[in-house]
Design a protein around this ligand. Structure first.
Ligand SMILES: Nc1nc2c(ncn2[C@@H]2O[C@H](COP(=O)(O)OP(=O)(O)O)[C@@H](O)[C@H]2O)c(=O)[nH]1
Ligand SMILES: [Mg+2]
Length: 319
């Protein structure tokens, strides 16, 4: 399949083409350019939902249930699992998986995992481009499941429109939420496994946390929803909240601000990648020499950077 065929396939929502396009943006960013350029202009309609939280919090189980609900509402759903361990073992998905393999016209659920390591130019860029592909393909809802609350996860979640943070009573991860800067980007807190002891305590902790959030925009009241992903209790309320957020988001200027921020993130990241590549290819001898001088304490790192900045990285004809 050449890029033309892939693009045409993506626009027809052909699953094989979509999978191919995502592989390209993930592993061959150089050749993804043509695909991205064309599809980017056609993207922007989907609601991108980030689902983050500690391993074992029940994200995948919850995503399974969300998919069923969205499908019942006639939505086309795509899932990017940024977590190789995500099983998606739920019955609803199993059926979808089988159908996915057939890649027939009426397929509505696309599931794909993305490697946390090895995505050239970083995972957030790859995820951003994968979202572009799925969005242009006409999925109404794109869910990104990402494990943990580390920096990479936060960066991935930044590209989402609606951010769900999944917490579990008794795991003490409210502190994590605070530390990792998740609080600012969370739109909906999900207390999963809410049948467990400690649910009231966690709910109270979260309320307290929210009341301390200085940046709380009056516009969107961050919500706390209790769920039990095993028996689906609370899932309807969660979905209602997700739709509510979409309505608000698409009508409020916050969307613009958030998109601006995430696009800036992605551009800056790509810019840095280019810079590093140039450093390594345009004048590798000088680059090595500067590193060596720094290592030998002839110059300090600040001076090393100044030396690097003097290199003419972009005025030369080599690519
Ligand atoms: N008791 C209980 N177990 C749950 C609930 N949600 C998920 N689980 C279980 O928690 C474990 C981890 O779930 P999983 O969805 O893989 O978590 P993830 O790592 O966050 O994706 C699985 O054994 C699930 O069956 C829940 O609401 N209550
Ligand atoms: Mg999972």
């Amino acid at each position: 399949m050449n890029n033309r065929e892939i693009i045409a396939g993506v626009l027809k929502r052909d699953f094989r083409s979509i999978a191919r396009a995502i592989t390209i943006v993930e592993s061959f960013p150089e050749s993804s350019r043509e695909i991205s350029a064309e599809l980017y202009a056609l993207s922007g309609k989907a609601q991108v939902i980030g689902v983050t939280g500690s391993p074992g919090a029940g994200k995948s189980t919850l995503v399974d249930k969300l998919i069923s609900k969205f499908r019942a509402d006639q939505k086309r759903v795509a899932v990017l699992a940024v977590d190789p361990t995500s099983p998606f073992s739920g019955g609803a998905i199993l059926g979808d998986r089988i159908r996915m393999d057939r890649s027939s016209e009426d397929d509505t659920v696309f599931i794909r995992s993305m490697a946390t390591r090895g995505a050239l130019g970083g995972l957030p860029r790859a995820a951003f481009e994968a979202v572009t592909v799925l969005d242009a393909a006409g999925f109404d809802i794109i869910i990104i499941e990402t494990v943990g609350v580390g920096q990479v996860e936060v960066d991935v979640v930044k590209i989402c429109d609606t951010c769900l943070v999944v917490l579990v009573p008794g795991m003490g991860d409210t502190v994590q939420v605070f530390k990792a800067g998740i609080l600012e980007i969370a739109d909906i807190f999900v207390i999963n496994k809410s049948e467990r002891d400690g649910v009231e305590l966690l709910h109270r902790d979260l309320n307290l946390l929210l009341s301390l959030d200085e940046r709380a925009e009056a516009a969107w009241q961050k919500a706390i929803i209790r769920t039990n992903a095993l028996n689906s209790s609370g899932v309807d309320q969660l979905v209602a909240k997700i739709y509510e957020h979409r309505t608000w988001y698409f009508s409020d200027s916050s969307r613009k601000i958030r998109r601006e921020r995430s696009i800036k993130d992605v551009i800056v990241r790509m810019y840095c990648d280019q810079l590093i590549k140039r450093l390594e290819t345009v004048n590798p001898e000088r680059f090595s020499e500067i590193i060596l001088h720094c290592q030998e304490k002839k110059i300090d790192p600040f001076l090393a950077v100044e030396e690097l900045l003097k290199l003419k990285l972009f005025n030369q004809s080599n690519p």
